[in-house]
Design a protein around this ligand. Structure first.
Ligand code: GDP
Ligand code: ZN
Length: 350
């Protein structure tokens, strides 16, 4: 039997298993109504338990990387009865009415923020993604790809390091293997890495280079799409020969800036260090006297562009904070109404 511990199942998750009629499993791919999972019996398929996920309505829908509890079925789809609490996750706004966010990847240790040196490099976006990564609870690493196409990339390395203080920056080439050794610290057995980067930056190529051969085995699941055609989808979480797992899912490309406020401090340690020296603790760094941020910009210590993106991100973070607060408020009201209805019914039955 296979040990799920090799797939990152540790005490954080096992402590959440209180009923032994269920077995743990990890989600490796999400399809429309079907999941690919790995459990002690190997790779298999699963569906959601209707009573728990649709009628109850509070259980979080599983995503790639999630640990779930299943009723194992040897001769067909297993049944997913619970999504275990996540250690880390990324989410985006959920288009489904009544649900505010939708997770796109879960339970990763490291985020590889990827940009290609030749056309995609953008320090502003690195700032945003580093903030998003810190906020998820995982460790960001910046990977600048296609180094073989560049004569020099010292400038980009420096800009990236300035954009995300404290984050390791590595220039690599999937084509020549340059720089890949720098990544071995993160590629440890049982560890999970998620790729974050636009289409074309070289995510599949890096995965194949780390795998040592073509890793993109097309998964064996065939699912009818809405037009009745068959579509084949590849696995979204892959285990490398070294024992680390890579999550590379299309959902990651559509990540917006959800709730970034709690990651802002780590990305903007430089700005916040100046801000802490302003005369007024509620300084808005506009026209206040004794503003250390303004002073640092004026004497050239702090790039004005850097301050501008800090302000912009703060505004966005505030907006999404307000938005999630409003959503939480609404859910509160709904729950209160449901409670009243139940009490009302009970009274009628008596
Ligand atoms: P993805 O969309 O992020 O998965 O990107 P791909 O891995 O499909 O790569 C997009 C294109 O960039 C392909 O044409 C690759 O051959 C090319 N590419 C990827 N990595 C490298 C690299 O390290 N060096 C060079 N020269 N080309 C690369
Ligand atoms: Zn100030």
């Amino acid at each position: 039997m296979l040990s799920l511990n090799e797939y990152g199942f540790n005490s954080f998750f096992s402590e959440q298993v209180t009923e032994n009629r269920y077995r743990p499993a990890r989600v490796t791919a999400v399809h429309k109504e079907r999941y690919e999972i790995i459990c002690e019996h190997g790779n298999t398929h699963a569906r959601l338990k209707t009573a728990v996920y649709f009628l109850g309505g509070i259980e979080l829908f599983p995503t790639v990387g999630d640990f779930v509890l299943i009723q194992y079925n040897e001769s067909g789809d297993s049944i997913i009865a619970k999504t275990l609490r996540r250690k880390t996750y990324f989410s985006r706004r959920d288009p489904t009415p009544g649900r505010d966010e939708q997770a796109v990847a879960a339970n990763f240790d490291t985020v590889f923020i990827m940009q290609s040196l030749n056309f995609d490099f953008n320090a502003k976006r690195l700032e945003r993604y580093a903030t998003l990564a810190w906020q998820s609870g995982a460790q960001p690493v910046i990977i600048l790809t296609k180094a073989d196409l560049m004569e020099s990339f010292d400038k980009q390395l420096m800009e990236a390091e300035t954009a995300a203080p404290g984050v390791t920056v590595a220039a690599v080439s999937a084509k020549t293997g340059y720089g890949l050794a720098l990544l071995s610290d993160y590629l440890k057995p049982g560890r999970t890495i998620v790729f974050l980067g636009s289409s074309g930056v070289g995510k599949s190529s890096l995965l194949n280079a780390l795998y040592g051969e073509e890793a993109m085995e097309v998964s064996d699941i065939r699912e009818d799409d809405s037009r009745g055609r068959h579509t084949t989808t590849r696995r979204q979480m892959v285990m490398l020969p070294c024992g680390a797992m890579i999550i590379d899912t299309p959902g990651m490309r559509e990540l917006g800036m959800w709730d970034v406020s709690s990651g802002l401090g780590e990305t903007f340690t430089d700005v916040e260090a100046y801000a802490s020296r302003c005369r007024f603790s509620d300084c808005r760094h506009e026209f206040e006297p004794g503003c250390a941020v303004k002073a640092a910009i004026e004497n050239g210590e702090l790039p004005a562009a850097r301050f501008k993106s800090y302000v912009k991100l703060k505004k966005e973070a505030k907006y999404s904070d307000n938005k999630s607060a409003a959503l939480r408020e609404r859910q509160h009201v709904h729950k209160a109404i449901a409670r009243q209805n139940r009490q009302h019914k009970r009274r009628k039955m008596i």
